[in-house]
Design a protein around this ligand. Sequence first.
Ligand code: HEM
Ligand SMILES: *[C@@H]1O[C@H](CO)[C@@H](O)[C@H](O)[C@H]1NC(C)=O
Ligand SMILES: *[C@@H]1O[C@H](CO)[C@@H](O)[C@H](O)[C@H]1NC(C)=O
Ligand SMILES: CC(=O)N[C@H]1CO[C@H](CO)[C@@H](O)[C@@H]1O
Length: 353
Amino acid sequence: MDRAATPVALLGAAMVMVAVAAAAADVKQTQVVSGLSFDFYKSSCPKAESIVRSFVENAFRRDIGIAAGLLRLHFHDCFVQGCDASVLLDGSATGPGEKEAPPNLTLRPSAFKAVNDIRDRLEKACGPVVSCSDILALAARDSVVVSGGPEYKVPLGRRDSAHFASREDVLSGLPPPSSPVPALLDNLAKINLDAADLVALSGGHTIGLAHCTSFEGRLFPRQDPAMKVSFARHLRRTCPAVGTDRRTVNDIRTPNIFDNMYYVNLVNREGLFVSDQDLFANETTRPLVAKFAADQSAFFDQFAVSMLKMGQISVLTGSQGQIRQNCSARNSGTVAGHLPWSVLEAADRFVPY
Ligand code: HEM
Ligand SMILES: *[C@@H]1O[C@H](CO)[C@@H](O)[C@H](O)[C@H]1NC(C)=O
Ligand SMILES: *[C@@H]1O[C@H](CO)[C@@H](O)[C@H](O)[C@H]1NC(C)=O
Ligand SMILES: CC(=O)N[C@H]1CO[C@H](CO)[C@@H](O)[C@@H]1O
């Protein structure tokens, strides 16, 4: 059964046009899902955004990698079952959560901790009113900003899921780094994202790290001809053989700065993953890569628009879901008076392995 179809269709129908100030000074017409709003915590937690911002700024000063960790966490959350903080759930008796599925092996523990620390601060300031999924969306935006990327507004009011995503949801939601453009576009089409979103969002790889195992297929047994020879040589210094447990930077030019050098890398055949380099090899996406490589503000504008879209995939609003008291666990008592989620999941969602 296609779980993604229903919520996405509902999301499309519920959209209304709202003016949003995006990157730079220009105001864009961008869609905001009904139930979310930019001033959602205006009375219940007026300092919510400044609390998250200052936390991320301080954490970033101590550990520059936290920005990449938090940005990727929001992406993984949204691509699997929607932006509902299910990525944060520790596994339970009902089965494995997203956190325990293979792609999450490389999510940074420091980012999970940061989200819980932010929640503690918000709780002290306002009580338990801010959702973990909103924290993820804000922390991702702030990570982009502190790294030098575009400022953009984040609509708020997401609620947290009481559903675990299954291992199968994770594997089908997140494309592997070996994916070429057609597979990536098919994957994104299921969640109403297009080629411009794919190219702009992949620009998240302008910061952060990757393990050798995520791209070693391009080095061994023979070098991928789409990769520049000098770049392959450079990578083999970190990853001399298959299975090396080390990491290298995603963006060889400016590894910790959120800028358009990711696209310059692609034009120079110095993209790390197949999913990166194929954006320049494929004729459908190549013109956008060339544009973003030449024009950073064009990238920033599209990135802000695409993050707004990604951040609203299948969100829960109103009385749906819950405001988690602990981002790593569903609220206790959630099931009282209802058919237990575990029963529904056993019947509908959970795929044992
Ligand atoms: C389009 C499909 C995508 C694929 C196939 C993909 C794949 C990957 C892989 C394999 C890694 C390295 C994991 C490791 O080996 O440790 C990674 C890292 C990362 N990805 Fe993506 N990704 C995609 C999209 C995105 C998007 C949309 C964003 C955010 C907007 C993003 C942000 C990041 C960041 C920031 C890192 C570095 C994480 C860190 O340093 O902890 N990725 N990605
Ligand atoms: C490029 O991507 C498009 C869209 O998915 C696809 O139709 C086309 O076959 C791809 N081109 C190549 C050379 O793979
Ligand atoms: C939050 O939930 C996790 C997972 O159940 C648990 O390990 C952790 O101790 C909880 N944290 C607090 C502060 O209760
Ligand atoms: C960060 C995190 O929670 N990673 C988990 C990913 O999955 C492995 C395997 O189940 C866990 O051991 C990690 O803790």
